[in-house]
Design a protein around this ligand. Structure first.
Ligand code: APR
Length: 437
């Protein structure tokens, strides 16, 4: 096995530009490139799903001997860079952030355009880059659906390039940031479409410089090899490398399934008797445990649960959306109760994100407590009126996506009090398995 390698990954060919620049600076480094083409394009996946891929591929690269991982993909950097650094603290991660800083320095009219994928604009990274570096400069964020895929396929990009470039230039941008590594390969086309007087900034070399900086003192010890891997079709990837980079290396296929740190099980029964570290309560914001599962938990835990709940609200106020209140579990076997407030069902587009927030808040709080096992009821599916089949699906999907981020939780028990809810949880978990293997 290679040791002290540099792993580089992208959804496809975009990161090859970064890889080439890294090789030019580190002649001896052992490089491993993974193109996650079975899951491309990332830009049109949700953040959770891109994050899951970033975790799985990073874990794979680290297992193959990488000690530095270059996230040569803006969407994956936006979705996961911060969490990757937390999860693998001994590995150096180098990521892509849109080059707003140099662009803000370069613009004369105080107007810059950023071309990137939808996923990149959704992540917190973009907002924080703009916040930190775009002081006094206007930023036009232009999502470019279809463009990365066209570069990937070697399809005609002119229509896309003309449309997206004109959009930011017509609105006054005199500086354009390429916010997706795929666009490096068509930087000249974008320059031509933007016309004279517009500067186009391609961050590929800046990122390669950063990777080189991290590694330059160790370069002499490397093997100088480059391995190319794809989760898609190796022949197609080999042809793409030949087209874009002009070399014809050997390409291997690799399977990198999503990693889940734990499993989901469905249990029919009373949540208060579950032998777990954390019991999740479907509470109201005032932690007044009057009915449903909340009353059962308060009864089984004894007065300590009600007392701790009252104290929590006295200190913090009502439990807000997306937050959890942690109390003792009193006389129950569990260590803690984590109280979250699901949505009162209104048949509105906000119901689902609100329930997702409640489930995530419960699991994040459990993780903070170092819990290995968590029992969760069908939040909102009782008194709050969420249709049980839908609530069970949202809860199971959110728990599944959450487990893919890794962490200490080994088991999430979805606890159903009645037969019908158990059947809904079962169906939801089964459908997750059939989708993701
Ligand atoms: N164990 C497991 N599940 C239970 C239990 C129990 N002991 N008791 C009830 N449940 C199930 C219900 O059958 C339902 O499927 O928990 C699910 C959630 O129902 P509710 O407790 O009504 O929760 P919710 O719909 O989120 O309403 C919250 O109800 O009890 C009050 O204080 C709570 O005001 C808040 C509201």
């Amino acid at each position: 096995m290679t040791t002290d390698a540099i792993g580089v990954f992208d959804s496809g060919v975009g990161g090859l530009a970064v890889l080439t620049e890294i090789r030019a600076r580190l002649l001896n480094a052992a490089l491993i490139y993974v193109a996650d083409q079975a899951h491309a394009p990332y830009g049109e996946r949700g953040l959770e799903s891109v994050r899951a891929r970033a975790f799985a591929i990073s874990e794979y690269l680290i297992g193959e001997g990488a000690t530095t991982v270059v996230v040569a993909c803006n969407s994956a950097s936006a979705a996961a860079l911060h969490e990757l650094r937390e999860r693998f603290p001994t590995v150096s991660f180098v990521g892509m952030e849109p080059a707003v800083k140099p662009a803000a320095g370069a613009t004369k009219r105080g107007m810059i355009g950023v071309l990137a994928t939808e996923a990149t604009f959704q992540g917190e990274l973009f907002a924080s880059v703009v916040d930190r570096h775009a002081r006094g400069v206007s930023v036009i964020a232009r999502a470019c659906p279809g463009l990365a895929a066209a570069v990937e396929d070697g399809a005609d990009v002119d229509d896309f390039v003309n449309r997206y470039t004109a959009d930011v230039v017509d609105r006054g941008a005199d500086t354009i940031v390429l916010g997706c590594t795929h666009y490096s390969f068509i930087a000249d086309r974008i320059r031509a479409a933007a016309g004279d007087g517009v500067e186009v900034i391609d961050p590929a070399s800046a990122v390669a410089r950063q990777a080189a900086r991290v590694r330059s003192d160790r370069d002499a010890a490397g093997t100088g090899t480059t391995r190319f891997l794809t989760t898609g079709d190796p022949r197609r990837f080999a042809a793409q490398i030949a087209r874009l980079v002009g070399t014809t290396p050997k390409v291997d296929a690799v399977e990198i399934p999503d990693v889940r740190s734990g499993r989901i099980v469905v249990v029919r029964g009373d949540i208060t008797t579950q032998p777990v570290d954390v019991i999740v309560n479907a509470a109201n914001a005032h932690l007044a445990h009057g009915g449903g599962v909340a009353a059962a938990i308060a009864r089984a835990g004894g007065p300590a649960v009600d007392d701790a709940s009252r104290a929590w609200v006295a200190e913090h106020g009502p439990v807000p959306r997306g937050r959890a209140a942690i109390t003792t579990a009193g006389a129950m076997a569990a260590g803690h109760v984590v109280h979250v407030v699901g949505p009162v069902f209104r048949d509105s587009p906000e119901d689902e994100p609100h329930l997702v927030d409640a489930v995530r808040a419960a699991l994040d709080a459990s993780a903070e407590l170092g819990a290995a096992s968590v029992a969760m009821p069908a939040i909102s599916a009782g008194i709050y009126g969420y249709p049980p089949a839908d609530a069970c699906r949202v809860i199971a999907e959110t728990a599944d996506a959450w487990l893919r981020k890794g962490g200490t939780v080994r088991e999430i028990r979805l606890v159903a009090f009645d037969e019908a809810t158990a059947a809904h949880f079962d169906a939801a978990v089964l459908s997750l398995r059939s989708r993701t293997g």
